[in-house]
Design a binder for this molecule. Structure first.
Ligand SMILES: *Cc1c(COP(=O)(O)O)cnc(C)c1O
Length: 357
C-alpha cells in the first residue's frame, strides 16, 4: 500500500530556478528557499495528492484549524555535500519516527516513515544543486504537519497537510553565549507536550526568551515547572554538563525534555571515547557548586541547527558564573569534530547514521 503511494509522488518541476540569485558565500539563515516543496493531503483517513512542486504560497481557509487550536508539529534536519558532490542526510529515519511521536501527542495522524523517507529523498534529489558544498554550510530541511480542516469546533481535525521545504544555510553564528537559568517561566510541565516538537512549545517560549535577551542573555536554561530546581533544556536545544570526569545530561523520563537526535549522537560518541555518561536529574544546585569548586569543565547545548553550542557563562539569581575558555573544552570540541566529519561522510559510519542520497 505504502509502496503504491511512494510511486505516486508526482513531480512538477519549476520552469526557472532561483539558484542564480543566491549568494552562497553570504547565506542568511531561513531567508531563502529552494525551488521545490513536497505536499501531501490527509483526507478521509488517508494521505493523498502526494506531490513535489514549485515552492509557492499555499491557500488556507481563515478557519484552518491549526491557526486556532494549534495542531501543528515539525522537524528540523540537514543535508550535507562533500567535495565529491555526494549528498548525505544525518539519521533521517529518527526524524521520520519523531514526527509521529509528536503528532500522536497532538492527536494528529501518522505519516508513514517509508513515505517520509521517499518524499525527503526525492525532494533533495530534485533540489540537489541547492545543497551547499562549503564546510559548515548545509541544506536545512523542514518537514511539518498541520491541521488544515475548515473547522471552528474544538476537536481533532479530520484533514491535515504534510509538507517539506528546504533552505540553504551557512555556518551558525558563533560568539559568546551567556545564559540565564530561568526560575519563573516554564517551557514544559509533566503531563504536558514538552517531548513533542510542537509549534506551540516554541510560541510559549518566545516571551520569556525575549525578556532574557533584553537582559543580555542569548538563551534561557529551562528548569522543571514544579520546583525550578532541576535543569531540562537550553533554549531550543538539549543541554550537557561536563563535571569532573563525567558527561551529565537531564534524562528523558518525565517527558518534559525533547529527545534530541544530536543529544543521542553526542552521548553515543562520548561513550565510545571512554567518557563516563550519566542521564539523570540534574540539579541547579550541583551545577552551581561545580562552577564554584572548579569541576565544571564545560556546558554546551546540542541540536541540529548549531550542532554544539558552548556556553560562556551561566547566571543564576543574579550570580554569574564564568566557564573555561572555549579552546579548553576538550570533550565538546572533539565530539563536535567527530560529528562534523561523520555528517560529511569523512569517517567510518559504525552506527548507520548516514543516509546517502
Ligand atoms: C529540536 C529540538 C531539540 C534538538 O533536537 P535535534 O534532534 O538534536 O535537532 C532540542 N530541544 C527542543 C525543544 C527541540 O525542539
Amino acid at each position: 500500500m505504502i509502496m503504491d503511494m511512494v510511486s505516486n509522488i508526482k513531480i512538477e518541476r519549476s520552469a526557472t530556478s532561483k539558484l542564480p540569485s543566491v549568494d552562497f558565500d553570504n547565506i542568511q539563515f531561513g531567508k531563502q528557499f529552494s525551488d521545490h516543496m513536497f505536499v501531501a493531503d490527509y483526507k478521509n483517513g488517508e494521505w493523498t495528492n502526494l506531490e513535489i512542486k514549485p515552492y509557492a504560497p499555499i491557500t488556507l481557509s481563515p478557519a484552518c484549524a491549526a491557526l486556532h487550536y494549534g495542531q501543528s508539529v515539525f522537524e528540523g534536519m540537514k543535508a550535507y555535500k562533500n567535495e565529491e558532490g555526494e549528498i548525505f542526510l544525518f539519521r533521517p529515519k529518527d526524524n521520520a519516527k519523531r514526527i509521529n511521536v509528536s503528532s500522536a501527542r497532538m492527536c494528529m495522524p501518522e505519516f508513514p516513515e517509508e513515505l517520509f523517507m521517499e518524499a525527503l529523498k526525492k525532494l533533495v534529489e530534485v533540489d540537489s544543486d541547492w545543497v551547499p558544498t562549503k564546510e559548515g554550510c548545509s541544506l536545512y530541511i523542514r518537514p511539518f504537519m498541520f491541521a488544515s480542516e475548515e473547522l471552528l469546533g474544538v476537536r481533532p481535525a479530520d484533514e491535515y497537510k504534510f509538507m517539506i521545504f528546504t533552505s540553504p544555510v551557512g555556518g551558525y553564528y558563533s560568539g559568546e553565549v551567556h545564559v540565564k537559568i530561568e526560575t519563573e517561566y516554564t517551557r514544559a510541565a509533566e503531563g504536558g507536550v514538552g517531548y513533542a516538537k510542537a509549534a506551540g512549545n516554541y510560541a510559549a517560549s518566545l516571551y520569556p526568551a525575549k525578556l532574557g535577551q533584553d537582559a543580555g542573555y542569548r538563551q534561557l536554561i529551562w528548569t522543571d515547572a514544579k520546583t525550578h530546581e532541576y535543569i531540562e533544556e537550553a533554549g531550543t536545544m538539549n543541554i550537557m554538563f561536563h563535571i569532573g570526569d563525567t558527561l551529565i545530561t537531564p534524562h528523558l523520563d518525565l517527558k518534559t525534555t525533547l529527545a534530541g537526535i544530536t543529544r543521542d549522537s553526542v552521548l553515543t560518541i562520548a561513550r565510545e571515547l571512554g567518557v563516563k555518561v550519566e542521564e539523570r536529574k540534574v540539579s541547579v544546585k550541583e551545577v552551581v557548586a561545580a562552577a564554584k569548586n572548579g569541576t565544571l569543565k564545560d556546558v554546551f547545548g546540542c541540536g541540529t541547527a548549531a550542532t554544539i553550542t558552548q556556553v560562556s557563562s551561566i547566571t543564576h539569581e543574579d550570580e554569574r558564573m564564568e566557564l573555561p575558555a572555549l579552546t579548553d573544552r576538550m570533550l565538546s570540541n572533539e565530539i563536535g569534530q567527530v560529528l562534523q566529519d561523520l555528517k560529511r561522510g569523512q569517517v567510518e559510519d559504525k552506527h548507520n547514521w548516514i543516509f546517502k542520497i
